[in-house]
Write a protein that binds this ligand. Sequence first.
Ligand SMILES: C[S@@+](CC[C@H](N)C(=O)[O-])C[C@H]1O[C@@H](n2cnc3c(N)ncnc32)[C@H](O)[C@@H]1O
Length: 270
Amino acid sequence: MTDTDTYIRQLKESNPLREPTLREAIRALHLPPGSRGLDAGCGIGLPALLLAEAVGPAGHVTGLDISAEFLLHAKEIVNKSGLSEQISFQEGDVSKLPFDDDTFDWVWSSDCVGYPTGELLPLLKELARVVKPGGSVAILAWSSQQMLPGYPLLEARLNATCSALIPCVKGKKPESNFVRALGWFRQAGFEEPTAQTFAGDVYAPLSEDIRTALITFFKMLWGEPQPEVSQEDWAEYQRLCQPESPDFILNLPDYYAFFTYSMFWGRVPG
Ligand SMILES: C[S@@+](CC[C@H](N)C(=O)[O-])C[C@H]1O[C@@H](n2cnc3c(N)ncnc32)[C@H](O)[C@@H]1O
C-alpha cells in the first residue's frame, strides 16, 4: 500500500468518530442556507458532505485539495452520496487559491490550514481574499484526546513523544501553535475572532465502526515507535492498544474515551 492509500484508509476509518463532532462545529457556524463555500484541503470530501447538508439544496460547496488522488476518492464518495449537484472539486494549493477575490460566502478547513503549524498569517489572508465581506473563515483541528482510560500518566508520556504531534511542534515557535490561532485572525484583520472547542465521547459497548476508528487513532497517534518512548511504555502501549492482546483496552466493559476539535473563526471585514 502507498502512503496515500494508507492516509485515505485512515480518513475513511476515522470518520465515524469525527463526524458527529464536525457536524456540531458546522452547526455553530450558522452557515446561511443557500450559501456557497469552499472546503480548503478537503481530503476525500467527507466534511464537504456535511457542509453541503448544512447549506441545503440551494447551496454549494467547492472542495479544493492539492492531491489529485484524494480528489478522485472524493468524487467517488460524493457521487455515491447523491449530493453531487451541490459539491464540486478542484485541484489547487490553499496558499495560492485558484479563485477570484470575493468568490465564496465562507471557507472551512479541517485538519489542513494551520495543522501542522506553519506560516499561517499569509494562509489566512489568502482564505479571506476569496470570501465576500461579512463572510466567515473557519479552521479546525484535532486538539486533544483521552483514549486510555485509567492510564493517564502512560497516555501523557505517549503524547509527549507522540508520532502525530511531534512533527507539528518540534522546533516551532509557540505562537505558531494551532491553539494560538486567535492571534493570526486578529493580525489578518478579521472581525469577531472566535474560538470554540467541541468534544466527542465514545463508550462501551462500541460499534464495529467506532472500534475500528479507535484502533486507527491508536496507530496514528502512538503507533510509530519513537526513540524517546521507554521500553516499559512501549510494552504497555502494545498490551493495551493491540487488538490481539488479551488486555486490549477496547474490550473493557466500561471503556470511555473523549477527544476534542478546536475551531477558530472570524468574519472578513465589510
Ligand atoms: C488530514 S487531511 C484532512 C482532510 C479533510 N479536510 C478532512 O477533515 O477530512 C489534510 C488534507 O489537506 C491536503 N493538503 C495539504 N496541504 C495542502 C495544500 N497546500 N493545499 C491544498 N490541500 C492541501 C492534503 O492533501 C489532505 O487531503
